[in-house]
Design a protein around this ligand. Structure first.
Ligand SMILES: Nc1ncnc2c1ncn2[C@@H]1O[C@H](COP(=O)(O)OP(=O)(O)OP(=O)(O)O)[C@@H](O)[C@H]1O
Ligand SMILES: [Mg+2]
Length: 240
């Protein structure tokens, strides 16, 4: 059953086709990697899916509902949660309060949110720093915190934009362990990353974009061995 269906979605900036007629379907419970050279349109696509930027054309369906054109809060309330490439946390709020704020935005009652935040802090090895301001956490811990905010209420799909970038290997493994465990429980993910070993290890399926378009979509090892994918990486943005 389809969780997220993207049909012919496009977005240009001036003459640049940042996202060019992108279509794919993600089934419930899938863990899908999204790769592509710098500037290939991955973040712009995520911005469209989460409502942070409008698409010029195309349709996005979450379950059986069309969500394109809805505001980000409405899309988040429907169960699409995302993490940003440039970390976004409330720096002058404690780590715990960041999670509680995410929970409140999702309509969780205080006791439930507190219990859930405690579990997430434990699972993400952040319990020790839960009372520190998020701005005092290390870059990696801030990423883990933002990651945790996506899971205050299990989302229908989590879109993660470069969750492992500039994160210490131990924290990267904490995040990967979380993704593996929750995927095993049926959680759906779309993970953007330039970290090929992690993509290979985590994602059974991978989509590759180049110059705004999807150039490959299938089993991860097959995609990584496709000529067009290798050429896109070797040739830089614009190669096809
Ligand atoms: N607001 C904007 N205005 C103009 N051009 C933009 C804007 N946002 C993105 N672009 C351009 O669109 C293209 C796609 O950018 P995007 O950030 O989606 O790529 P990406 O695949 O996420 O790259 P990276 O791997 O470096 O994060 C780039 O050429 C970028 O410069
Ligand atoms: Mg990006």
């Amino acid at each position: 059953m389809s969780c997220l269906a993207v049909s012919n979605v496009s977005r240009a900036f001036g003459g640049l086709r940042a996202v060019d007629r992108v279509s794919f379907d993600i089934g419930r419970g899938e863990l899908v990697g999204l790769i592509g050279p710098n500037g290939s349109g991955k973040t712009t696509l995520l911005n469209i899916l989460s409502g942070h930027q409008p698409a010029e054309a195309g349709e996005v369906r979450l379950g059986d509902e069309a969500i394109q054109g809805l505001r980000p809060e409405r899309i988040a309330a429907r169960g699409l949660q995302r993490m940003f490439q440039l970390t976004r946390v409330f720096r002058r709020m404690s780590a715990l309060d960041n999670l509680m704020t995410a929970g409140r935005a999702l309509g969780l009652a205080h006791p439930g949110a507190l219990a859930r935040a405690g579990i997430l802090l434990e699972e993400l090895a952040l319990s020790r720093v839960s009372d520190l301001d998020a701005g005092q956490l290390s870059g990696g811990q801030q990423k883990l915190l933002e990651f945790g905010c996506c899971f205050m209420s299990p989302p229908r799909i989590a879109l993660l934009d470069e969750p492992f970038a500039a994160v210490h290997p131990a924290m990267k493994e904490t995040m990967a362990r979380f993704i593996r465990a929750h995927h095993a429980d049926g959680q759906t993910f779309l993970v953007v990353s330039h970290d090929m070993p992690v993509i290979v290890e985590l994602c059974p399926r991978t989509i590759c974009m180049n110059a705004g378009a999807v150039i490959a979509d299938g089993p991860t090892r097959t995609v990584l061995n496709e000529r067009s994918v290798i050429e896109a990486y070797l040739g830089g943005a614009g190669a096809a």
